[in-house]
Design a protein around this ligand. Sequence first.
Ligand code: ADP
Ligand code: ZN
Length: 730
Amino acid sequence: MTDSFFHEGDLVGVLTAQPLDRLLDYKAPEGGCHLGAFVEVPLGPRKVLGVVWGAGKGDYDRAKIRSVIRVLDVAPMREEMRVFLTRAAEYTLTPMTAMLRLATRAPGLGEAQSMRKIYRLGDQTPARMTDAREKVLGVLRDYGGLSFTLGEVAEMAGVGTSVVKGLVKLGAVSEEEAPRDVPYPQLDPDYGGKALSADQAAGAETLRAALRSDTYGTTLLKGVTGSGKTEVYLEAVAECLRMGRQALVLLPEIALSGEFINRVEARFGMRPAEWHSGVTMTERRRCWRMVGQGDAQLVVGARSALFLPYQNLGLIVVDEEHDTSYKQEDGVLYNARDMAVLRAAINGAQVVLASATPSLESWANVEAGKYTRLELTSRFGAAVMPKMAAIDMRVEDMPAGTWVSPTLRDAMRKRLEKGEQSLIFLNRRGYAPITLCRACGHQIGCDHCDARMVEHRFLKRLMCHQCGETKPLPTKCPSCDAEDRLSAVGPGVERMGEEVTALFPDARVAVLSSDLYGSARAMKAHIEEIAEGGTDIVIGTQLVAKGHNFPLLTLVGVIDADLGLQGSDLRAAERTFQLMRQVAGRAGRAETPGEALLQTYQPEHAVIRSILAGDEESFWAAEAAERKAAGVPPYGRMAGIILSSPNVQEVFDLGAEMARMDGPLRQIGAQVFGPAPAPIARVRGRHRVRLLVKAEKSAPLQQALAKWAGQFRLPANLRMAIDIDPQSFY
Ligand code: ADP
Ligand code: ZN
């Protein structure tokens, strides 16, 4: 790069996170600035954060151009990051300003390093010793030269902070100022490696060799739950650390990463940097800064960790790569899995996509020769994949208002007698999905959305799962005023808890659903207690499908295997297949073999049959053939357009106009479908209309979409969201 430094007074173009559609010209400050520098610039009466993106255009009255206020004390944004943000913006049709916001999501980047007081053992001994004082000094002695904050010392010693302060006055404890953001401790790649089985070792070596090649590559690491995928990719992380490059592990349900962080600590001796919504703002800022100065070797995080300012990123692991939460459904619409591949390609880094049930997209990329496939064939140790069978609900004797079939009940009883655990899976939170008035037939809906209110008996409220609105359970029908005629229809996990408790009054039953916990920590603690055997029967939503170890679990009962097969989603079959296999994979992880029973009204359905047969390859092949024939992803391209506004007329009018003026799309052979009311036609009081664009795989869809959408002026309150490769169709 020539011209990568700008001298004082040179014109620079600055990208800010403000919603403007262009770079702003400024004069470089005293001392000049580098290309990519993070700067503070004046914008009207405000000071805003920006990045020096290139030379200024100079098409503006030079006399009016203001100077950059100051260059921030953080490393300039690297060229690869600028390329990544630009390409990601082009792919997702996101304004650059919004991309920059993603890349600067840490508080106080503009502030000087803040300081805090830290405490360590001093050199004096207090003349008068008390119990409390002895405790404080004991803690500090136990931890050698380590230093702590005031709160930490007091908490560990179990004394008030005044005791510590008192010891400071006496010189027995020393108090110093230290920077708040300190480097993460060094990880040791050779600390706690396990002896690997033969195919694990072969897999690990393949990944290590890929890393040593110092080039880009993506590997799909496939293996049933428990086959040791995590062990294997941690070896790739180790190699990356040995090479002095940074590694990133992305996880889907970040609230549940505690178990994972412990594993990292056991493997590398120290805890890695964490980046997700659960970490404090202080810790976020530390992570951003330390990643940027190369003082964080490994980041474990949620999808937005892709946008941290790595200095030398060598490896990105996307664990549970098929997980739909990698696709952000609000704000910037990007798929973290695809963006990880893009980022690695720009950086010459390796990507590992790990899953027991890969997405069809990744499967197709392997078939096309773009990704390498690595397979772990057996479960670690003695455990094998559970036996799977269908329970044909058409022939089971089911009293009204019950959902556990006699066959499933008998299987559960056997486990109870043997002291083993059962899991009852139902992917529905709450008590009952419908509250119906027996007098007039009215179903209670949300006031702001086209959705039914779900009864949550534990919270004693009705809740809308679209917008989160809750209201107390009414005693009379809001439509016909009949008293005490409202009744719960259909099961949620809370109701299953009731049924199972009635069936097995002496069993210890636990319902596991994210909304039953006050905090992620409380949920984690409960999950750990269950894993250790604190429960006989677990009833759970898809939360339990995601990667927990329940070693004592030997039976999985799926209440409604047909649930995911309904609906118009093109990925319905794929999702059901993945979810059922994941849930089934919870059983029999230790030495006892497991069994999975699927309650279904359509045991001959092709998806149910391939789940039972465990024949993944034929499922993928059949699914791929169907999508190819329909020209849909991953063999064709799609974009969803959602228009939303409080004004129903306006959304339909604009939708119709967009469908009419489809010239730019027709030019590339793309088709527009709609407008149609979105499946959920009203959310939070906004009416929603959707259009769907379909194109051939090779068509330049983004440019055409930009040209097409650019033709319209949006009324003030109307929002247009363009979703490339939509994952959900709500
Ligand atoms: P996956 O990621 O495929 O679900 P894990 O890596 O979590 O599998 O392995 C499942 C369990 O088996 C974990 O508790 C893990 O520690 C253990 N395990 C896997 N491989 C080994 C090994 N080679 N030595 C010891 N324990 C192992
Ligand atoms: Zn609602």
